[in-house]
Design a protein around this ligand. Structure first.
Ligand code: Q9C
Ligand code: ZN
Length: 358
């Protein structure tokens, strides 16, 4: 006989509202940000309406879990970028900060050109792309997203079968010393690292965002105790272009603990489920002794403005069900997903599959 299902805990905070980048530059054009506050409010509304969720607020976890993975220069930059730019006149207070000078080539290999490098110039030393604007509230929002993720982890560690962290800004493109791809701190990686620090000897991360999580991959590239498995659009055609190929499998003690499933344009739920079943085999075989961390993106949705997969709303029930089939506790971390008219329904469908309510 089945025990009554408990409502899944959804961790959320209004702190993300302070990060509203307004403009990103894509293909040389300034356009309204895809990564907007309405993404999370839409998910909250849909989950409220669907019921069977219980909202929880994050607790503060301090800087320790962040400094455990991220470079101090990245932290310093993100903390001060906006106020420095205001002080130097590099923003009039209305425009977001998007670097126009990038550090590549020999200087990049050797660190900064000089210790006197001004903070405004450092943006381009730590930034991946032109799609990740910084505004006054960015740093606070990014810190709060980490607390949202860590609080979901706390709930699961305390015994909940699953918890859903409505993280915004997302995290999986952020590496040790680099922000970009709408991400500042790597929420999912920080959770995985915290599980290791709390005593787990093996932790698995399953990344279901449309894009490859280059940041998560980099952070655990040489770490055999953290498995990173990702399904995503083939980097031959999709951001982040430089990583996510099938032959990238980790190095040193981490050799074999990174696995990538690049997928073609038009991938539908049958194709996706086939790859996900293989990914789940890897997760099962890894033998983690901590809850599974899932980086969840709804940019795999057919109607997503920056994706090209063919997954429909109802398909997320099946996808959530495949994750449920692993029979593990799950910490779900929100990553991407930009179709505002469907992201809420997609989240409801995924949770139906994950919790078995369908
Ligand atoms: N020409 C996440 O979904 N822009 N980030 C791509 C392609 C950046 C996506 C531009 C997309 C970042 C968390
Ligand atoms: Zn994405």
């Amino acid at each position: 006989m089945e025990t009554p299902l408990q409502p899944i805990a959804v961790v959320t905070s209004d702190a993300h509202l302070a990060h509203d980048g307004l403009t990103e530059i894509m293909g040389g054009r300034p356009i309204p940000c895809f990564e907007r506050p309405e993404r999370i409010t839409a998910i909250e509304s849909a989950l409220s309406a669907a019921g069977a969720v219980r909202f929880a607020h994050p607790t503060e976890h301090g800087m320790g879990p962040i400094t455990a993975l991220h470079d101090s220069q990245l932290l310093d930059l993100l903390e001060h970028a906006w106020t420095d730019a205001v002080a130097t006149g590099d923003t009039d207070g209305d425009r977001p900060l998007i670097p126009d000078t990038f550090l590549v080539g020999p200087y990049a290999a050797g660190g900064y050109a000089g210790t006197g490098t001004a903070r405004p110039a450092r943006l381009g030393a730590h930034c991946l792309d032109t799609a990740t604007p910084i505004v006054a509230g960015t740093y606070a929002a990014a810190l709060a997203a980490v607390d949202v993720a860590l609080t979901a982890a706390d709930l699961v560690t305390a015994g909940a079968p699953a918890a859903y962290a409505l993280c915004r800004p997302p995290g999986h493109h952020a590496s040790r010393e680099m922000y970009g791809g709408y991400c500042f701190f790597n929420n999912a990686a920080i959770v995985a690292e915290q599980l290791v620090r709390d005593g787990a000897s093996r932790v698995a991360i399953l990344d279901l965002d449309y894009h490859h999580g280059n940041g998560t991959q980099q952070l655990f590239w040489e770490r055999g105790e953290v498995l990173y498995v990702s399904l995503h659009a083939d980097p031959a055609r999709a951001f982040p272009y430089f990583s996510g190929h099938a032959d990238e499998m980790g190095a040193g003690p981490g050799a074999g603990a990174t696995r990538n499933f690049p997928l073609p344009a038009g991938t539908n739920v049958d194709d996706y489920a086939t790859a996900l079943a293989d990914a789940c085999e890897l997760v099962s075989g890894f033998g983690a002794d901590a809850p599974l961390v899932v980086s969840l993106g709804f940019d795999t949705y057919a109607g997503d403005p920056i994706g090209d997969f063919a997954i429909e709303t109802g398909d997320y029930v099946r996808i959530g069900g495949l994750v449920r089939g692993l029979g593990r506790q799950v910490i779900v971390i929100q990553e991407g997903g930009y179709a505002l008219d469907a992201i809420g329904a997609n989240a409801v469908a995924f949770l139906q599959g994950l919790t078995g309510r369908h």
